[in-house]
Design a protein around this ligand. Structure first.
Ligand code: HEC
Length: 155
């Protein structure tokens, strides 16, 4: 019989088209993995916050000519030395940034070299995000610096 044969051919063609389009339109691998995606988005957001609010002074580029403040990894080191817990670390940083003063400061040498940090116009929520990120991230590593450079060149 002619008709059933034709419908088989049509069905086969349809399946092939659907199959091929599935392969062609499959999203690239990195967008499918949810966990790595979240991390990437978060770091990009924090990079933005750091760039706008902190890195003009705490420049991660160590070759910068006129340094206005110690690089952020130095700040991180001092605060981790005092308290390694997430809670303690975040509290000390947010406390200082909210109202910089030399009685709670942990870096007297930096105050001598650069003067006390001025009060920066940044929301306490943003400082919390920054502090949590700094607790979790080794901003002194080459690997981190590469990610930062990639972010910067895309700006
Ligand atoms: C206008 C320049 C400037 C900006 C912007 C700035 N800082 Fe600072 N910061 C300084 C200077 C200068 C010091 C070193 C002197 C001191 O310790 O007060 C410092 C020191 C610090 C310290 C250590 C203070 C201590 O002595 O214990 C922390 C923590 C800190 N900054 C966090 C931040 C964060 C987070 C941001 C961004 C939200 C930021 N700073 C933005 C200038 C700046």
């Amino acid at each position: 019989m002619y008709l059933p044969k034709l419908s088989i051919v049509v069905a086969f063609l349809l399946l092939t088209v659907v199959g091929v389009s599935k392969i062609v339109f499959q999203p690239p691998k990195q967008y499918r993995s949810q966990s790595s995606d979240t991390i990437t988005i978060k770091e990009t957001e924090v990079f933005g916050l750091l760039q706008t609010n902190c890195f003009t002074c705490h420049n991660p580029d160590l070759t910068v000519h006129k340094r206005l403040a110690p690089p952020m990894f130095k700040v991180r080191e001092h605060y981790l030395e005092q308290d390694t817990t997430l809670d303690g670390f975040v509290k000390s940083i947010t406390h200082f940034v909210a109202a910089p003063n030399d009685t709670i400061a942990l870096m007297p040498g930096a105050i001598r070299n650069f003067g006390l940090m001025p009060k920066v116009n940044v929301s306490s929520n943003d400082v919390q995000v920054i502090a949590k990120y700094l607790h979790a991230t080794d901003v002194a590593s080459d690997e981190w610096y590469k990610r930062w450079e990639t972010f910067k060149t895309k700006q």
